[in-house]
Design a protein around this ligand. Sequence first.
Ligand SMILES: *[C@@H]1O[C@H](CO)[C@@H](O)[C@H](O)[C@H]1NC(C)=O
Ligand SMILES: *[C@@H]1O[C@H](CO)[C@@H](O)[C@H](O)[C@H]1NC(C)=O
Ligand SMILES: *[C@@H]1O[C@H](CO)[C@@H](O)[C@H](O)[C@H]1NC(C)=O
Ligand SMILES: *[C@@H]1O[C@H](CO)[C@@H](O)[C@H](O)[C@H]1NC(C)=O
Length: 364
Amino acid sequence: MFTRSAIAAILAVAPAILAAPAPAPQVTEPASFGPDVQVSYQAQSTAGPDYPLAEELGDGYTSATYHGPYTGTPTTTGAANGPTTLAASIPPLPLNPTATYYNTGGKPINPLPAPYTPAGGLGTNGTLPRYMVESDFDYESIALGLYQEWIELDLFHDGLARFSEAEFLEAGLTSEYMSLIEFMADQETGHSTLLTNMLGETAPKQCVYDYPYNTVREWLDFMQRLTRFGESGVWGYINHLDSREVGQLLAQSIATEARQQQIFRQMSGLTPMDVWFENGWPQSWSWTMLAPYISYCPENQTRLAWQNFPVLHILNNANINRYSPNDTAQDGSEVTGSRITDPSISNLTDWTQQIRTPLLPFII
Ligand SMILES: *[C@@H]1O[C@H](CO)[C@@H](O)[C@H](O)[C@H]1NC(C)=O
Ligand SMILES: *[C@@H]1O[C@H](CO)[C@@H](O)[C@H](O)[C@H]1NC(C)=O
Ligand SMILES: *[C@@H]1O[C@H](CO)[C@@H](O)[C@H](O)[C@H]1NC(C)=O
Ligand SMILES: *[C@@H]1O[C@H](CO)[C@@H](O)[C@H](O)[C@H]1NC(C)=O
């Protein structure tokens, strides 16, 4: 097995020359298709000669052999396109003329198709469910969701492998909390498998990532932000999917992801939820948040049709590492880098302002 720095050094020259030293593929293709296939973090295939494998980095935790920027020449750029584009935009229309149902009596208006079964609903007439995407809209949306699940699979594992138990304790997290995070990391295996199978053989594969954190608290903060935009991205499109079957399974994975987000918030000392409603985002917003953390993907990777907008910076985001988050500089400077969801810095220059003592363990 090669060390991380050796892999990084090789990658810095050119990805192609990894062909010789790459270890043999271990088990399945991450994007294999079918009911019996489960993608596993420990058993990522090479999916191409330059594709790094997961390796154990200490304490029994496993992460990819390389994280960081891509320094080669990209072989492809831009969003995926269809055969043609029909118009510059979709004009707004009045209400659908059939959208008229209104119940003034408080009782069913129409005959019941069966006992205790009010008329209506979709997918309720006895046809078998088909748990596959049913349109380009579905395909591109679920492919975006899969890019999200892949980074989570890697990210949750990476902090566990990268930071020591002592560093976790310093952040107030005992080994029980590490186990809980590992369970969440393993949940991503299920989510990636599910979305892969709903797309089929061209499902996007796992990529190589470039992360913005240096400490346990920065990692937690980044995971909290990442799961948050991942969740909102799904709420934005889920009810527009052609396939209600796909929407249903997706909802059941995103409900789990929302819990992960709350747990990361609590592990950071934040209130678990701070709003009455979560917001729903268009896919291109979600992709804009995610794309900057991907450095490169396997050859022939399935690309997305969504737009990656220029970066925006949040100027008034409170720093969770301050005793008084309200005192965060209002110029966006208290984050670890220049990407939009980079976490708050946990090494303030003025140490009197910073949470330093371990947080007390809390019940979740
Ligand atoms: C059942 O409902 C679907 C839409 O959900 C519709 O396309 C299909 O024609 C219906 N089948 C029957 C037998 O009514
Ligand atoms: C990528 O696609 C090209 C053209 O379809 C094919 O020749 C090549 O083998 C593919 N490479 C991989 C790694 O799948
Ligand atoms: C937080 O900061 C804002 C803006 O500087 C200020 O208006 C507000 O009073 C502060 N709140 C507290 C509780 O310090
Ligand atoms: C905080 O940590 C980052 C990354 O390790 C480093 O670049 C930066 O200089 C540090 N800032 C301070 C104030 O120590």
